[in-house]
Design a protein around this ligand. Structure first.
Ligand code: DP6
Length: 324
């Protein structure tokens, strides 16, 4: 059996919209920070007698939807490996439920590494990133340590790689809101089909990604932060311009964006970003993280994170051995 671990990532330049829904190719490049909290640990074991792959997620037999997403990725891996045996997959997320950290990125990054290892494939990081991408676009970036640039382009060209960047920290602010969630995947399709701003978004994301790479290389924290917040605001403006409109941010979310502005007003490098939900993540310098967290505590439950590692192999946990 083979076990791998991977962590969530938060985009600094957002991925929103696909050029190819089947191959999971993004319409534009994106940039993210892999975090050091809330890992997913996934074990894969060959199951030669099984008719279908099997997925045990957080201790429970996964439903059809989650299983078929996993099967699609495993089919791609099997085709490349020239193997036909099915797998038993056991996966656990350490993110507390409702922590606002999507586990699909860490989950598919860990799955790609555990499965390719179990099938005896020797894949480099770029190849692993392409495979993780087939499960969830953002998973291509969780394979990578620290700050990752995910290239747009063809199947071959579209992988993530690490880029030089200064030390960064993130304070996630989990807000107490029970909203009916429209998945990113569905919402991306609606946005592409109905927003008159979609083309402008794709064009501006290409530019912002290039600028972000430069800002990271220069270690320019202020520019990194400004671009991060700008990309998030443009993405949410785009999403809100869909028909019917889609709203992920609530009044509680906007209060966290306002906090970032207030803290900048007193000279602190704090910038806000948010994904397909109400929770907000504050980007800052590592030395300011504790202070930023203290300010944000009044608005929601906070977690501090720093740059984390990409996907790596680990010994299988005791709990996985018990299932096997
Ligand atoms: C808002 O990677 O979850 O978090 O590729 O359809 O699985 P699929 O979508 P997913 O979308 C992430 C969208 C985002 C922005 C980002 O992480 O870049």
């Amino acid at each position: 059996m083979s076990t791998a671990r991977a962590h969530p990532n938060i985009a600094l330049i957002k991925y929103w919209g696909k050029a190819d829904d089947e191959l999971m190719l993004p319409a534009a490049p994106s940039v993210s920070l892999t975090l050091d909290i809330f890992p997913t640990t996934t074990t894969a074991r060959l199951a030669p007698a099984a008719q279908r792959d099997r997925l045990i997620l957080n201790g429970h037999e996964a439903g059809e939807k989650a299983l078929s997403r996993v099967e699609r990725v495993l089919d791609v891996i099997r085709a490349q490996a020239g193997r036909s045996e099915k797998l038993l997959v056991i996966s656990d997320n350490e993110a507390p439920t409702g922590a606002g950290m999507a586990s699909s990125a860490s989950g598919f990054a860990a799955l790609a590494l555990a499965a390719t290892t179990e099938y005896g494939m020797d894949v480099n990081t770029a190849h692993l990133s392409r495979l993780a991408r087939r499960g969830s676009g953002s998973a291509s970036r969780s394979v990578i340590s620290g700050v990752a640039l995910w290239h747009a382009g063809t199947d071959e060209e579209s992988f993530a790689e690490e880029i030089p960047a200064p030390p960064l920290a993130m304070v996630s602010v989990v807000l107490n809101t029970a909203h009916k969630k429209i998945t990113s995947r569905e919402a991306m399709v609606t946005t592409r089909a109905t927003s008159p701003y979609y083309r402008g978004w794709v064009e501006s994301t290409r530019e912002m990604a290039a600028q972000m790479v430069e800002a990271c290389k220069a270690g320019d924290m202020q520019r990194i932060g400004e671009l991060t917040e700008l990309s998030a605001l443009r993405m949410h403006a785009l999403i809100m311009s869909s028909e019917p409109p889609i709203h992920y941010l609530t009044s509680a979310s906007w209060r966290v964006f306002e906090l970032a502005r207030t803290l900048r007003g007193v000279g602190l490098d704090v910038y806000a970003t948010a994904d397909a939900g109400p929770n907000v993540v504050l980007l800052t310098r590592p030395e300011l993280a504790a202070e930023v967290a203290r300010h944000a505590e009044a608005l929601g439950e906070v977690n501090i994170a720093h740059a984390g590692n990409g996907a790596y192999l680990v010994a299988e946990p005791e709990s996985h051995r018990e299932v096997l």
